[in-house]
Ligand binder design. Structure first.
Ligand SMILES: Nc1ncnc2c1ncn2[C@@H]1O[C@H](COP(=O)(O)OP(=O)(O)OP(=O)(O)O)[C@@H](O)[C@H]1O
Length: 274
């Protein structure tokens, strides 16, 4: 098993219980879509895996290594094996596309080299190959802020792959993209995972998109897993269990900005869209 979560619980200092005893296993090469209403705990779960968020209790294993038992250098080394891709791309705007991809290698190069941004030739060659793979080779020297949203997300994907990860942690990769670009990005993610045998957890608001591109769906509600199975098993009854009868904004963020994409659809509209 590539990734194993054992009774993972997260309570924030504010008292919010974001995850309650979540256990799951993901084999190498599997792409999992994580769905659920706003505040269900999707981002928290993804961030507990690489300990950007510190779990309150429970354990995380990557292969045989226990991530939750690591500190310092061992943790940094383990994090290299987990590439993150973010909703807002999180690129360094003033750097070139190529330099952004190379930042994926920072966990590997000595500090002085990263400070001077001097990377080994093998890293540079690999970064060119990745830019070619994601269709951006002719944009290598452009500044990141000169690209479109879809192109920026491709840089985000290339950067994560530059780490040579075993697992991708993907947080709402298409939240700020139009439907066609969203499909292209999901297709690219699926292709690169297949080519490299990578597993991925993709936190995704758009259930129809998830069904189209992932092999397994985990539904979270109020910090607990309420569905884990094939996309085809997401019946209207199960969607109601995940999202509730009301519109699927959820009570957790009554007016939070993050629910904008989700709250626009009611459950009935969602069921019709599938
Ligand atoms: N840094 C934090 N401090 C305190 N509470 C937090 C923090 N981050 C998240 N929470 C709370 O934890 C719960 C789960 O939030 P999380 O962001 O993981 O959900 P989500 O499913 O990713 O939601 P969304 O789809 O809106 O991003 C919510 O009640 C949220 O308010």
């Amino acid at each position: 098993m590539l990734l194993r979560l054992e009774t993972l619980t997260k309570r924030y200092r504010t008292g919010d219980l974001a995850l309650t005893e979540v256990s799951l296993e993901i084999p190498a090469g599997q792409i999992v879509g994580l769905i659920g209403p706003s505040g269900a705990g999707k981002s928290t779960l993804i961030r507990c895996v690489n300990r950007l968020v510190e779990p309150t209790s429970g354990r995380v294993f990557l292969g045989k290594r226990e991530i939750t038992a690591m500190r310092g250098r061992a943790l940094r080394r383990a994090r290299r094996c987990m590439g993150m891709i973010f909703q807002e791309f999180a690129l360094v705007e003033r750097l070139s596309v190529m330099e952004n991809v190379l930042t994926g290698r920072l966990g590997y190069v000595p500090f002085w080299r990263s400070f001077l941004r001097r990377f080994p030739q093998t890293d540079i060659d690999a970064a060119f190959a990745l830019l070619d793979r994601v269709g951006l080779i002719e944009h290598a020297d452009k500044r990141a802020d000169a690209l479109s949203g879809g192109q920026r997300q491709r840089v985000g994907i290339a950067r994560a792959l530059a780490q040579n990860p075993d697992l991708l942690l993907v947080d709402e990769p298409t939240a700020s993209l139009d439907p066609k670009t969203s499909r292209q990005i999901m297709r690219l993610l699926r292709e690169v995972c297949t080519e490299r045998g990578l597993a991925a957890i993709v936190n995704i608001h758009d259930v129809a998109l998830a069904r189209q591109f992932v092999g397994r769906i985990i539904g979270l509600k109020a910090g607990r897993i309420v569905y884990d199975g094939a996309p085809d098993g997401l019946t209207p009854a199960i969607l109601t269990r995940i999202y509730g009868e009301e519109d699927w904004g959820g009570e957790a963020h009554p007016s939070g900005p993050r629910e904008a994409t989700a709250a626009a659809l009611t459950r009935d509209e969602l069921v019709r869209a599938l």
